[in-house]
Unconditional design. Structure first.
Length: 144
C-alpha cells in the first residue's frame, strides 16, 4: 500500500511540474509573460488600493495599458480574477492562489502559488517564473 501512495504522490508531482513547464514555454521566453503583465497592469489601474506593488514600465507600454484599460473598462469585470486566471495551466484543479511580480538580481520574476487537492492530500506549489530561464518549482504535500 505504501508503494502505491509513493507512486501516486510522485505521479501528481510530475504532472504538476510538466504542466508548469508547458505553461512557461507557452507564455514565457520570447513572450515574456506579456499577457500576464498586461492583465496585472489592468488590475492595478482599475482596482484602487489593490495592495499590489506599483509596477513601473516604459512610457510606451504604460500608454498602451492605459488605452487598453479605457477600452476594456467594464464594471462587470473582476480584474483580479482575470489576472489570476491568466496564470492557470492546463492541469485541471491546479488552482492559482496568488501571483505577484518582483525583481531578483534585477531580473523580472513572477511568483505564483498553486494548490491542488488530490484524494487525501493537498499539494501546495510555489513557482518562480523567470522571463529568460526555466521556472523554479517547489511542491509541498500535506495529508488531510
Amino acid at each position: 500500500m505504501m508503494e502505491f501512495d509513493d507512486s501516486f504522490d510522485k505521479t501528481i508531482k510530475i504532472e504538476i511540474s510538466k504542466s508548469i513547464g508547458r505553461f512557461a514555454f507557452k507564455y514565457g521566453g520570447t513572450h515574456n509573460f506579456a499577457k500576464q503583465k498586461c492583465l496585472f497592469n489592468l488590475f492595478h489601474l482599475k482596482v484602487p488600493n489593490s495592495g499590489y506593488a506599483k509596477l513601473n514600465t516604459n512610457k510606451v507600454f504604460d500608454e498602451i495599458v492605459v488605452e487598453m484599460a479605457d477600452k476594456l473598462s467594464n464594471a462587470d469585470i473582476d480584474y483580479e480574477k482575470e489576472y489570476l486566471m491568466s496564470w492557470e495551466t492546463e492541469l485541471p484543479n491546479l488552482n492559482v492562489q496568488a501571483a505577484e511580480q518582483f525583481y531578483q538580481s534585477n531580473e523580472p520574476c513572477w511568483f505564483v502559488i498553486y494548490q491542488i487537492l488530490a484524494f487525501n492530500s493537498v499539494y501546495m506549489t510555489t513557482v518562480k517564473y523567470w522571463e529568460k530561464s526555466d521556472p523554479q518549482i517547489s511542491i509541498v504535500t500535506t495529508t488531510l
